[in-house]
Design a protein around this ligand. Structure first.
Ligand code: DQA
Length: 145
């Protein structure tokens, strides 16, 4: 099983960025937690982060057919990007959207709608780094559900 984790804009700044919302862990620390989990489950995991919409879209096309599941936290692109929605729709590899915070209980109205989520097979939101783990857990069990 091969899984790719993609993180979008501003997630490189985790740990420093609004820790009361996103927690105190850096992206590297979160990725280490994910690596630890994946090594126990025999999953080959890779990571990609970019602040650029186009680079994320390029990565999705590169990963298509090479990876079993993609887990993406598009950051604010979730709320704005039709281009990312189209790219997720275009590829065959199933994509799961994950958010650290619960986008439905955030103060800003604009966070309550994810454009990209509509192109994904499912969304997990609000469980901090465990949102990624829950998405991986689904990928692992999907065949036997
Ligand atoms: C986020 C939620 C988005 O609204 C925000 O723009 C982010 C992070 C999350 O993981 O909770 O950058 O995707």
């Amino acid at each position: 099983m091969k899984i790719l984790i993609i993180n979008g804009p501003n997630l490189n700044y985790l740990g420093k960025r609004e820790p009361e919302i996103y927690g105190a862990r850096t992206l590297e620390e979160i990725n280490n937690k994910i690596k630890e989990y994946c090594s126990k489950k025999n999953i080959e995991v890779s990571f990609f982060q970019s602040n650029c919409e186009g680079k994320i879209i390029d990565k999705l096309y590169l990963a298509d057919n090479e990876i079993d599941y993609i887990i993406i936290n598009p950051g604010a692109l979730s709320h704005t990007s039709i281009a990312l929605y189209d790219a997720i729709k275009s590829i065959k590899t199933p994509v799961i959207e994950a958010h650290l915070s619960n986008i439905y209980n955030r103060a800003e109205e604009f966070r309550k709608k994810s454009i990209t989520a509509a192109a994904c097979i499912g969304v997990i939101s609000g469980f901090n780094y465990y949102s990624y783990i829950l998405a991986i857990e689904y990928a692992l069990n999907a065949q036997s559900l």
